[in-house]
Design a protein around this ligand. Sequence first.
Ligand code: HEC
Length: 478
Amino acid sequence: MDFPLFHLDFMGNRMLVAIIAILHVLINHALAVGFAPLVTVLEFRGYLKSKTKPNEGKAWDEMARKLMFFAFIITTSVGALTGVGIWFATSLANPASLGSLIRVFYFAWFTEWIIFVLEVIFIMIYFLTWKRSNESPRRKRQHILFGVWLSIFSWLTMAIIVGILAFMMDPGSWVEKKSLVSGFLNPIYLPQLIFRTPVAMMMAGCVALMVTAYVMKKQNTWKTGIMKYISFWILLWMPLAASGAFIYYWHIPRVMIGNLPVAIGTQQFQNWYGSLVTVMIVVISIGFLVGILGTFSPRRLPKHLLIIPVISSFLFLGVFERLREFIRKPYVIGEYMYANGILVEEYPLYQQTGLLKHTPYSALSEITEENKLPAGEAVFTLTCTRCHTTHGINSVVKRFELMYGTETPLNEEAMKTYMKNMHNVRYYMPPFPGNDEELGALAAWIAEQQRNPKTLEGPQIKGVEVKEIEYKLQNLEK
Ligand code: HEC
């Protein structure tokens, strides 16, 4: 309640965060975490080969450099921008949760930032000194060492951020201990890292295979050898990625698994859950086939087909990210803070005395007949807009219409009864955090939205009215 809430009424805040974050994670995993070791290994193979077969060694080295060029351009532009973008977007979408995360993980983030800067320095050195490194074997060995450092630092940035992501799903013993270490070493941390690491390697292989197929000329004698090697890399990591997924799945708290069908397909499509799982298995098998074919007979691999493993591995991770974000609901930080940014322990107070009273960024405190609609709008902003819009994506009006039909106007009493219990029927939604008058105002405002649809402008457009709140200090003084 300490911040005014940014709101995008057409696509919703969730979608804004999702677009930026998924783009970032795909680039980070495939082109940084996975690519750095793959390129380094290819360069090293080239170095070994060059001792006996200089021409072949040169071809490997040249292809590794081209792959690095590709990764360098994308990671330092779109990758870096979306990385920063995540923090902007999430702190707009849920300032309270970001605030909590920074308090818990301050030191981890600080370390991550240093490591990230080192990663950028190493990627610069690694890519920009490549040509010079071919001047002597000693230089080459040094250069390969930079590749190793780049790989380590790329992995480390991911390994730190994953601690925070896993914490949000299940804070584990932090809920009692409240220390950085207990938060970081939460129950899902290692399983998630065990999953992400091989997935990143596998995705890097898929991208590298496609780029190599397009970039290297058919006549190049060494093309087959390189393609075989990259395919083998994919095959090697694939079983690890699959078992990682399995381990991760088993460590997700069981209550969250209950959210999976809706998470994958949204409510209307939840019966598709079965078929979506089948689709995922098919998609993975395609990648596997390409890996086998590439390892044993790369000449038979049609170039254009290689986009399929790239798309399927990206989809695979994209879907996993969406699931991870979804099944955590109704919490943004497991058992501690709900997705609406309200702490679990604040609920009893708000439900008893009303939410608006405790909100500095709303001029209203008491609800009367006259201010019912603006109060309802304020309550909607505070309690539903982290996930719903009025008429855009996941529109609240539409959700109620889907439940009650559109033949008769929405019934405020029925809506009130539903909202009071919505967390019991739909456990991905938090309980309603206000009192009965606020529930009434919210129902009245949603019904009015059905009669006269209007876009709800966020405080970033509308501005905010501030009221003074009398804080009771006794508790603090104790
Ligand atoms: C944590 C996110 C979140 C919050 C907060 C939230 N909802 Fe939802 N709500 C959802 C999701 C997700 C769905 C399912 C959408 C789908 O089918 O894809 C949903 C569905 C609904 C439905 C349809 C349920 C059904 O049984 O078919 C209604 C009605 C609804 N929400 C109302 C509200 C109201 C009113 C609030 C605020 C008091 C609210 N929600 C707060 C995420 C949320």
